[in-house]
Design a binder for this molecule. Structure first.
Ligand code: FAD
Length: 504
């Protein structure tokens, strides 16, 4: 029986072939294939993948770079589009909207974060909204896109972007990549796992047709079922649904738009929100809602009533639960993707968490039996990453003035995690935001969302007292104008995709 005690880790078995499984397989084929290691992936055509998960955030570019993927080939294979951020509608109050952009917003000055300067001068003539200082937000407003510039004097140097893509085509693209580099795919349904009596490790998975696949290290990418980490090893699921009560989504594709918007749209409804993700060949739409506050029929009606173009397939219901496993690496099993946890899709962070899991696993990759400290470090880093993202998403719901439905009253008045309560208290006082450890969301992201949701700090940063406000307001007016002038000169988004960017 294969155990990792004292043995080289030669046999890696990836359980599941959704986005998580094929991302792991592709990265492993690039980084771990040394001619002696076998990498196998098991998936079941009959079960299939979840088929959603089509909006990403900028670090995905780093993942593609690791694989050496050509951007134009990638966009063409996945029918992808560019994403400059997310437009939120009806979140702070019905009828309001704001943009959470990627990239940099404004410039810090004399060590004072830009959002503090803006709070201080926001009522001065011509200073305008915070998002006018983001090149991404202004380009998105005009439906335009261009590559970031390496020249720090160009406003385009503040740009950053991610992708929207077709989840099924993305998995197929990564599968071709991984198989070309030696990953073996095994098709069929897994019935259960065999544990090694001595170590408690997973020794093998049992499959239909009396098959058995043994391995040294198992990567559980089996989706919400969490076949190995959850079912076989019994690692507890920490339920966060009291903070993130949405637990259903209804998804439906529509025809593609003639001018593809270079951003995700998130429109809040009575008990959740609706996404719109524009791709080259279709638009993805979905209504995420809390079943404790809204029935499925009503949720579906709201979705269908709020589509921009005709539906091209039947709506599909997806059930989920928000939370994370207590540990993501236990014994010889590491869980990635939905098998490890899910935080709901509001800020498009799930694929990023898969990527983070892969890169941290590679950074701590065990060549033989791992030391406890290595496994514990993985768990510590991943757990804190999930927690920080959870707080950011919870803030979108909690920081609202909406009281028009029981759902909004619940999320506005619910108890929130202490870590978020501390952050919001600091912000409410004098607009202060700190970025802890290597957490994902920046000061710019937090300020875009808290300001966009309508949370004003009570006071300005006292350090602004030493600055020349008039001169600064003048510089800010100029920056706003530069962004506007630049945005209208950029190519429309669809043209930018068709022409190919060859950006990096
Ligand atoms: P799955 O896609 O479910 O794959 C599981 C795999 O395991 C499949 O191949 C299946 O066949 C296999 N499997 C399961 N059981 C067995 C068995 N018994 N035998 C053999 N094989 C088995 N993320 C984002 O980053 N951006 C988004 O915009 C986004 N939107 C989302 C919207 C919704 C409504 C939901 C629910 C999620 C969203 N996500 C999003 C999350 C994203 O969909 C997932 O993180 C991503 O698809 C990875 O899924 P997965 O590979 O972990 O699981």
């Amino acid at each position: 029986m294969a155990t990792v005690e004292g043995h080289q880790i030669r046999d890696i078995v990836i359980v599941g072939g959704g986005t998580a499984g094929w991302m792991m397989a592709a990265a492993a084929s690039r980084v771990l294939a040394d001619g002696r290691r076998r990498i196998r992936l098991i998936e079941s055509d009959a079960i299939g993948a979840i088929g959603v998960g089509e909006a990403t955030i900028p670090p995905i570019i780093g993942f593609n770079d690791l694989l050496g993927i050509d951007e134009d080939a990638f966009l063409s294979a996945t029918k992808g589009s560019f994403k400059l951020g997310i437009q939120f509608e009806n979140w702070g109050a019905v009828g309001e909207r704001y943009f959470h952009p990627f990239g940099r917003t404004g410039r810090d000055f004399e060590g004072i974060p830009f959002h503090q300067l803006w709070h201080w001068l926001r009522d001065e003539e011509g200073v305008g909204p915070l998002e006018d200082y983001s090149m991404c937000a202004v380009a998105a407003r005009h439906g335009r896109f261009a590559a970031p510039s390496a020249d720090p004097r160009s406003p385009l140097s503040n740009l950053s972007y991610a992708y929207h893509f077709d989840a099924a085509l993305y998995a197929a693209f990564l599968r071709a990549y991984a198989e070309e580099r030696g990953v073996e795919r095994i098709e069929g349904r897994i019935l259960g796992a065999e544990l090694d009596g001595e170590s408690g490790n997973v020794a093998a998975v049992r499959m239909e047709g009396d098959r058995r696949v043994a391995g040294d290290l198992f990567i559980d990418c089996s989706g919400f079922r969490s076949l190995l980490l959850g079912e076989a090893l019994g690692v507890r699921f920490i339920d966060w649904s009291h903070w993130l009560p949405c637990d259903r989504a209804i998804a439906v594709p529509t025809e593609s738009e003639p001018a593809i918007a270079p951003y995700t749209r998130s429109r809040a409804h009575g008990a959740g929100w609706q996404w719109r993700i524009p791709l080259q060949h279709r638009t993805g739409n979905g209504h995420v809602f809390a079943s404790a506050f809204m029935g499925e029929e009503e949720a579906q009606r709201i979705l269908l009533d709020n589509l921009d173009t005709a539906a091209t397939a039947e709506p599909r219901l997806i059930r989920f639960r928000t939370g994370v496993r207590e540990r993501l690496w236990h014994r010889n099993v590491v869980a990635l993707g939905l098998a490890g946890g899910f935080l709901e899709p509001l800020e498009s962070t799930s694929i990023h968490l898969i990527q983070t899991g892969i890169s941290k696993l590679l950074a701590l990759f065990p060549d033989r039996r791992w030391a406890d400290v290595e496994r514990d470090e993985y768990n510590r880093l991943m757990t804190s990453g999930y927690g920080a993202i959870r707080d950011f998403i919870v803030a979108h719901y909690h920081v609202t003035r909406r009281a028009d439905t029981p759902f909004w009253t619940y999320v506005r008045t619910m108890d929130i995690p202490d870590t978020l309560a501390r952050r919001l208290a600091l912000y409410r006082l004098k607009g202060r935001i700190f970025r802890y450890d290597d957490e994902l969301f920046t000061v710019g992201s937090w300020s875009a969302v808290l300001n966009g949701q309508g949370l004003p700090p009570a006071d300005v940063d006292p350090l602004t007292a030493a600055l020349d406000g008039e001169a600064l307001a003048g510089a800010m007016r100029k920056m706003r104008q530069v962004h506007e002038n630049m945005a209208v000169r950029l190519p429309p988004h669809r043209r930018a995709i068709e022409q190919g960017q060859k950006m990096r």
